[in-house]
Design a protein around this ligand. Structure first.
Ligand code: SDX
Length: 434
């Protein structure tokens, strides 16, 4: 990736009796950065920012978020336009290659991905090692990591062709692995991919078809699934993407890096929030219980938080949540579930929270996870599968960011420092002296 930052003056730091000038850099859009690479060499000091609230870890040209305005762009294109006008494989091409494909390019890309959807038959036996009640995210971490043991011919990260083959394999095989994780948990036979179906149609069929009867994909539901994948595809340097980049910075192979990203995404503060948000709506159960839960969410002594609310970057409505809410209504309408009690609880909870001073003052808005659970529940997915679907969709973002970093000739291993507050040096004490 060519460095495209532009010098924009400098910042002067007076510390330890020294005056240090640090370069300020501008990007295409968004906040400028102070380049602190030379800070330790010049001052013997580190910066400290444990949650990276004020720290940019890299330069990237893939995704841009304006948290105050509630803007999300994939390679410059607004997320709502892509959700309404594009399809997931076209968005994959855009995120990986940087431009929307021509018809010929998209047809070729679709053919390539479609013809990489099958899994090695030995991998199917791999599933037999899991307990039937294993969380499907545990199965995803293990099985995606195990792809390193199958595809030795696409693990040389310095070979652009091998990087591209690994990218194709990951995007193509995640739906097959995810569907197998679901089928394994419900004790039904695995359903093989079909090359005459679109990416999302194929995924729904592999999840819900049974050999005992024909399965017709509902085009409205397939379109909704495709939109949900688009909404989850990338999101700049979130926790799991940063995990993938850090793992990749050591030269680890792409399958191992994506497995690390899946593991990080699982947490309830991150991708696990969609599962947690639906469980929360079920626990609330009815509109009259909402005030009690809103009170608990505001109580510092109560660990309860409104899952699906708040975001490190968005201090406005998450633009994905708006599209997700619209998709949620479309799915409930076509399934004749518009009276879904969970939707009523969610909409009333959103109304109350958006009027409540606590949430308004802290700029806590619904995020993408708030409505996704209701939609996925209506589509027929068990709650434990929600984060699996998030991981399936986010794989293209992870691998695009990994490829951007790996192809950057200036890239170095990520190795943060610390501020140490532990014991000073001391001599070992024999047992009789302790
Ligand atoms: C995703 O990074 C990404 O881009 C992630 C993601 C992606 O696409 O990759 O967008 C996907 O992970 C979305 C977020 C999903 N998580 C949740 O919905 C879980 C609930 N949300 C919170 O845990 C929280 O809002 C986070 C984790 C999302 C953000 O945490 P921050 O930025 O560290 O904010 P914080 O915890 O410091 O909260 C700021 C204040 C605190 O109060 P004070 O200490 O200032 O008094 O807001 C409060 C928090 O107590 N707060 C909440 C709250 N979220 C924050 N209070 C009640 N309910 C909540 N949901």
């Amino acid at each position: 990736m060519e460095n495209k930052t532009k010098p924009n003056g400098s910042a002067t730091l007076n510390v330890g009796g020294k005056s240090v000038d640090l370069p300020v850099l501008s990007g295409a859009v968004g906040p400028d950065v102070i380049d602190v690479k030379s800070l330790y060499a010049q001052t013997g000091m580190f910066t400290l920012d444990p949650g990276f609230t004020s720290t940019a870890s890299c330069e990237s040209q893939i995704t841009y978020i304006d948290g105050d305005e509630g803007v999300l762009l994939y390679r410059g294109y607004p997320i709502d336009q892509l959700a309404d006008e594009s399809n997931f494989l076209e968005v994959c091409y855009l995120l990986i290659h940087g431009e929307l494909p021509s018809k010929a390019q998209l047809d070729d890309y679709t053919h390539t991905i479609t013809h990489h959807t099958m899994l090695h038959t030995q991998l199917d036996r791999f599933f037999e090692g899991y307990r039937r009640d294993a969380h499907p995210m545990a199965i995803m971490v293990g099985t995606v990591g195990a792809l390193s043991a199958f595809y030795h011919d696409s693990t040389d990260i310095h070979d652009p062709m091998q990087r591209m083959i690994a990218t194709h394999r990951l995007i193509a095989k995640m739906p097959t692995i995810a569907a197998r994780a679901h089928k394994y948990s419900v004790g039904q036979p695995f359903i093989s991919p079909r090359n005459d179906l679109s990416y999302s149609e194929n995924f729904l069929r592999m999840c819900f078809a049974v050999p005992a009867e024909e399965y017709e994909v509902n085009p409205v539901l397939a379109r909704a699934m495709d939109k949900i994948f688009i909404l989850h595809a990338d999101h700049e340097q979130n926790a799991s993407t940063s995990t993938v980049r850090l793992a990749g910075s050591s030269g680890a192979n792409p399958f191992a890096c994506i497995a690390a990203g899946i593991a990080c995404l699982w947490g309830p503060s991150h991708g696990g929030a969609n599962e947690a948000a639906l469980n929360m709506l079920r626990e609330i159960g009815s509109v009259d219980k909402i005030p009690e839960y809103v009170r608990r969410a505001k109580d510092k002594d109560d660990p309860f938080r409104l899952m699906g609310f708040g975001h490190r970057v968005y201090k406005n409505y998450d633009p994905r949540a708006k599209v997700m809410q619209k998709t949620c209504h479309e799915v409930l309408d076509v399934l004749d579930k518009r009276e879904e009690p969970l939707l009523k609880v969610a909409m009333e909870l959103e109304r109350i929270a958006l009027e409540d001073e606590y949430f308004v003052s802290k700029k806590l808005y619904p995020n993408i996870d708030f409505y996704s659970g209701i939609t996925l529940n209506a589509l027929g997915f068990p709650t434990e599968m929600y984060t699996v679907l998030f991981a399936l969709a986010r794989t293209v973002g992870w691998i695009a960011q990994w490829d951007e970093m790996t192809s950057d000739p200036t890239q170095r291993i990520g190795r943060p420092r610390q501020i140490y507050t532990g014991a000073s040096e001391r001599d070992y004490l024999p047992m009789d002296k302790r």
